[in-house]
Design a protein around this ligand. Structure first.
Ligand SMILES: Cc1cc2nc3c(=O)[nH]c(=O)nc-3n(C[C@H](O)[C@H](O)[C@H](O)COP(=O)(O)OP(=O)(O)OC[C@H]3O[C@@H](n4cnc5c(N)ncnc54)[C@H](O)[C@@H]3O)c2cc1C
Length: 413
């Protein structure tokens, strides 16, 4: 027999978006059911770097101190290496990362499983009913939102005023609500791995670089751990497959342009190596009657610029502001969220596509284009407008940073 219960909000997915929203809304006195399918948060190679503008979003929803007490730490320096730039020259152009948002020391790093668990615990502590090991078998919006789920060997049914889809890229709630997901063509492969034993890598320094047929990114997590990513061409699907794939992946970081990478090569894999094909995805309206989507469920940005967490925290802030403003939770109440998100994602998609074309294309033509860009951008900072959007926020760069004219100026050979 089904057990029935009723809530203000049912949130499907207890990752970053779902747990953060549950914590905020339970803290605001609403009854919240938070359903998470995993029993344990595992490393699935997801976001562990929050951009400075995302840190501001974390602060605005009141979760900054919590993340810092869970082990969050700031990165304060960035180096861009490249095969056509001497390492000393690249390091002489180190970018301080505290310049993008007032009062934000730089990007914030925190391991993804710990980040999720911290938020889930905080949601439960705030009064949400949080369940793990849940299998949602039915979800429906409309005038009477409801879910049916299996938990603890029993079937349960719950109803709510609003159903929130925070269940990631393959969102069940999005599908149930009939919200269409649009996707760009994949641009490149993007693999990630957590490395341990890389104590030689400075704890506060992030770096990127491209050499030959490989582009890398490195974000230290503290205590000798560094989250590393590598990008490579779509034709090389099997490049790092097999049991020795993680080791071969780390060996690919032995690049002449970035001598510091020796510390990464000297480290060892501390988690799985997962590869994704990078592209953007979006929804026209991240809501329907009785349903709203947050985070990846609502569409995502190409991870090449690492903004999924920042986007998710902004979603959570805007949706929670609407929910806390009063009792109008109709589709009309979410229209401003859809409008803001559409322009935000358009801009970030643009910034990501330029970054991917610059850093994750290989061969002589791409190399010459990168070389030309680095030389010209050193003289003309306006060529970096799209990177301002990544670090300081999509509205921090002027509108012309998101035009074909800007793309042509950046990518000219
Ligand atoms: C390779 C890679 C690197 C990335 N790097 C970065 C980065 O450096 N910085 C950054 O900001 N972003 C990064 N991202 C993106 C970032 O990880 C995501 O945007 C972010 O995790 C989205 O959070 P979310 O809560 O929406 O979804 P998710 O993190 O996907 O969480 C969804 C949750 O829902 C649960 N779930 C799914 N289906 C169900 C169901 N039916 N019932 C119940 N529970 C369910 C899942 O178990 C999960 O816990 C990266 C992404 C990738 C792929």
């Amino acid at each position: 027999m089904k057990r029935m219960a009723s809530y203000d909000l049912i949130i499907v997915g207890g990752g970053i978006g779902g747990s953060a929203l549950a914590q905020i809304m339970a803290g605001a006195g609403r009854s919240v059911l938070l359903l998470e399918q995993s029993e344990v948060y595992e490393d699935r190679v997801r976001g562990e770097w929050i951009a400075p503008w995302g840190v501001d979003e974390v602060k605005r929803v009141g979760l900054y101190d919590l993340l810092m007490s869970a082990g969050g730490h700031h990165l304060t320096r960035h180096v861009s290496y490249d095969e056509d730039v001497a390492p000393a020259e690249a390091e002489a152009r180190t970018l301080p990362l505290g310049i993008f948002r007032p009062g934000v020391a730089g990007p914030l790093c925190l391991g993804h499983p710990r980040h999720c668990q911290t938020l889930f615990d905080a949601a439960v502590a705030a009064g949400a009913v949080g369940l793990r090991g849940v299998s949602v078998t039915e979800a429906a919006g409309g005038a009477h939102p409801r879910v049916v789920y299996e938990h603890g060997g029993r079937t349960h049914e719950a109803t709510a005023r609003l159903l929130v889809g925070a269940d990631g890229r393959t969102s069940t709630v999005r599908e149930a609500a009939g919200i269409v997901l649009h996707q760009d063509k994949p641009h490149h492969w993007f693999a990630g791995l957590l490395v341990e034993g890389a104590e030689g890598w400075a704890d506060d320094m992030q770096a990127i670089g491209t050499e030959g047929d490989f582009g890398f990114l490195a974000f230290p997590q503290g205590e000798g751990r560094v989250r590393v990513y590598g990008g490579y061409a779509l034709e090389e699907a099997r490049r790092f497959t097999g049991v020795d794939g993680p080791r071969r992946f780390l060996d690919a970081f032995a690049l002449r342009c970035s001598p510091e990478n020796r510390h990464l090569v000297a480290g060892s894999p501390a988690g799985p190596l997962f590869s994704y094909i990078n592209a953007d995805a979006w929804t026209d309206e991240p809501f329907a009657e009785g349903v709203v989507l947050v985070g990846d469920a609502a569409g995502w940005n190409d991870p090449i610029v690492g903004l999924g967490l920042s986007i998710t925290y902004r979603d959570v802030r805007i949706v929670s502001e609407i929910l806390k403003a009063g009792d109008d939770w109709s589709t009309a109440a979410f229209a401003p969220y859809a409008e803001e998100r559409a322009e935000r994602m358009r801009r970030l998609r643009f910034a990501a596509s330029i970054t991917a074309a610059l850093d994750m294309e290989f061969g002589e033509e791409a190399r010459a284009r990168r070389h030309s860009y680095h030389a010209r951008a050193a003289e003309d900072p306006s060529l970096r407008m799209h990177t301002l959007a990544v670090m300081a926020g999509p509205e921090a760069a002027p509108p012309e940073g998101f035009t074909e004219a800007h793309r042509a100026r950046v990518l000219q050979g």
